[in-house]
Design a protein. Structure first.
Length: 273
């Protein structure tokens, strides 16, 4: 029986070469990298959408209310004080109960204007009564609100944190007396922000993430030093969500468990009127 010296084994019986295996590993690495980058791109796009479609639109609605009525939300039409919920403000009484003689520096600020309830971890209480409900006030003068979470929940917005857990943003409005930590004047109070979302919004609004400087800052953080570098936003995405104010927590790393709901902070966004 003759044998063929030039005959080879069928191609299917041959193994992969080192070059082929290296190419396959490179392709797998590129795919994994693309998936990881894609998640970051998707999250950044969601943060930009939150600013453009929700936060900015609520600022527009607030300004539209002032243009149509001539005074801010909850102010007194006959005797405007140009402050949010000014109808429930006693200009002559300070927080200590003594007469301030018209000086509003020590005056007790009125409650915030919200819809249904105040935001999570907000320092200020909200004004009760349908006459001072955020949604009803907007509807009375025909101001179109952002779509928000749903009909009747225009003041809310739901998104996923970096661990994939749902979080809810809520907006309220209030007036801060002079020398108030986080700035004075009429402000939008935004609760339910994860630290990375707060920093991202701060970057888009003020040009840099700084918890105590600019139009967008963290509630409760005092801007006490002029011409001094700012500070970081309190806590980070390794902290688990708790009922306590993040500013009162220890400045150590969090639990670092990827199943935790990420901690949230409250931001103050200064309005222009």
């Amino acid at each position: 029986m003759k044998t063929c010296k030039t005959c080879r084994r069928p191609f299917a019986a041959q193994g992969f070469t080192l070059i082929e295996m290296a190419v396959v590993l490179i392709i797998i690495g590129l795919i994994l990298g693309a998936v990881s980058i894609g998640k970051d791109v998707q999250r950044n796009a969601e943060y930009a959408r939150i600013k453009q479609k929700f936060i900015d639109q609520w600022a527009v609605a607030y300004n539209a209310y002032g243009q149509r009525t001539g005074y801010p939300l909850g102010d007194n039409q006959q005797e405007p004080r140009y402050m949010v919920n000014g109808a429930n403000f006693n200009v002559g009484v300070a927080a200590s109960g003594t007469v301030s003689g018209g000086d509003m520096t020590g005056a007790s600020a009125p409650d915030a204007i919200c819809h249904g309830a105040k935001g999570t971890k907000m320092a200020r209480n909200f004004q009760t009564g349908t006459n001072f409900d955020l949604r009803i006030l907007m509807q009375k003068v025909g101001v179109r609100m952002p779509p928000g979470r749903a009909e009747g929940r225009e003041d809310r917005y739901v998104y996923l944190d970096s661990n994939g857990n749902p979080q809810e943003i809520q907006v309220c409005f209030q007036w801060n007396a002079p020398s108030t930590a986080a700035g004075a004047g009429n402000v939008m109070v935004i609760s339910g922000l994860t630290p990375d979302l707060a920093r991202s919004l701060d970057q888009m609004i003020d040009g840099k993430p700084d918890a105590r400087e600019g139009l967008f800052r963290q509630e409760g953080v005092t801007n006490a030093s002029a011409n001094v570098a700012g500070i970081e936003w309190g806590v980070n995405n390794t902290y688990a969500h708790t009922g306590a104010n993040p500013l009162n927590q220890a400045t150590t790393t969090g639990e670092q468990r990827d199943e935790d709901q990420v901690e949230t902070v409250v931001a103050i966004y200064k309005m222009n009127q």
